[in-house]
Design a protein around this ligand. Structure first.
Ligand code: INI
Length: 158
């Protein structure tokens, strides 16, 4: 029996793209900084001159899938992370944005074979979003860990 699981010790040379939604950037910039902190502490070069990490900004979470798809097709990245914050109180089309972002990201991941981490917070209030983006914990850190794990796992099973 073979058991495959992602490791964090063989992930420091992964090429990673992070797509970040500017909508609710009070939240998404915090998710991004948690994400970068985790990647840096796992050996990823997060400097401005890094050749293994790119950060791509888009207007909102709705635009995450098409951008992740374009990036996945370049073959430059072994794993992608999408970061967004959709807050129910802000919009009557909460469900539309969440549904398109989540379905779209899942489709990109499956169609391209590149793991795309779903780092979109969906909350009822800005307070809840901020609590998950640094006030209590920072889920950006977890999304980065999941990216390292999936990037590593794909290497193991390919
Ligand atoms: N985009 C978000 O990322 N979060 C939101 O809460 C949000 N709200 O509230 O509307 C949101 N809307 C913008 C959307 O993602 C697109 O950028 C826009 O519709 C243009 O396509």
């Amino acid at each position: 029996m073979a058991i495959f699981e992602g490791r964090f010790t063989n992930a420091s040379d992964l090429r990673i793209g992070i797509v970040v939604a500017r909508f609710n950037d009070l939240v998404t910039t915090k998710l991004l900084s948690g994400c970068l902190d985790c990647l840096k502490r796992h050996g990823i070069d997060t400097s401005q001159t890094s050749t293994q990490l790119d950060v791509i900004w888009v207007p909102g979470s709705f635009e995450l899938p098409i951008t992740a798809q374009a990036l996945a097709k370049t073959s430059r990245y072994q794993v992608l992370i999408t970061l967004g914050a959709v807050i129910r109180g802000d919009t009557p089309h909460f469900d539309v944005v969440v549904s398109e972002a989540s379905k779209g990201i899942a489709v990109v991941s499956r169609d391209t074979g590149i793991p795309v981490i779903f780092g979109v917070l969906t909350t009822d209030t800005m307070q809840q979003a901020l609590e998950r983006a640094g006030i209590k914990s920072n889920l950006g850190w977890s999304y980065a860990l999941q990216a390292l794990e999936m990037g590593s796992l794909m290497r193991e099973i390919e």
